[in-house]
Design a protein around this ligand. Sequence first.
Ligand code: NAP
Length: 239
Amino acid sequence: MVATFAEEEVERVVEGVVERGDLPLLGQDPHATYRLGIMGGTFDPIHNGHLVAAEQAFGDLGLDVVVFMPAGRPAFKLDKRVSSGEDRYAMTLLATSDNPHFLASRFEVDREGVTYTADTLELMRRMYPENVELYFITGADAIADIVRWRDADRIASCARLVGATRPGYDLDHARTTIAASPYPFDVTYLEVPALAISSSYLRDRVMGGQSLRYLTPDPVSGYIQKHGLYGVPHGRYES
Ligand code: NAP
């Protein structure tokens, strides 16, 4: 079972740094090292590729728990249409609910204004003791861009990075960009066959009235249908 801050009076633990207590409680034994995976993505919608990638990171890197963190108001998508944080969080919660070492967090969707990964990781670094290592997991495309993100140096000092990619993806660009950066990024790449699936593919299928079965958990397809996301008229496509 994964205990969360909510069960331990979060204010006393972190002195007001965090308002929501849905992050896992880790680091209690000062002689042990803990590894916390933070799965960052827009998750519009979450799909089986994300779930398989997180499970693979959990096993390969010996993580204690993976927190799925839907991006709040993504800094880089201000000009794009993105589903509400509530919808993306709800789908993430539904998709992760049957895995005992996955959690879904409102940490970013509840933050006011534009959300930057550097702020998220710095807040989390302050919440957890030094014996909790943070692993920020996201797509390899996003990792290649990370050097241009706001306060990339703070990201490098707070967390190790994990770039998930599909087989055949050319990692040269990501590797070269990271190597040329002045910041000490620590990056691990994971090849995940299921990442042939993408959120845009799912959105296109919904718009085309096609089924999402086996691409995302059924409760997520049901949610999309029920709430008419991605332009589907209520009840039109087969779930
Ligand atoms: P994106 O640019 O939409 O995604 C790039 C690629 O990575 C897509 O192929 C995407 O596939 C995949 N991907 C995204 N998240 C993934 C994950 N957790 N596991 C595996 N593949 C993933 O990136 P995004 O989803 O909007 O953002 C990724 C993370 O980076 C978020 O936490 C976001 O907040 C952060 N970010 C921060 C800044 C900043 O602080 N300035 C800037 C950019 C991104 P799918 O579309 O299928 O997910």
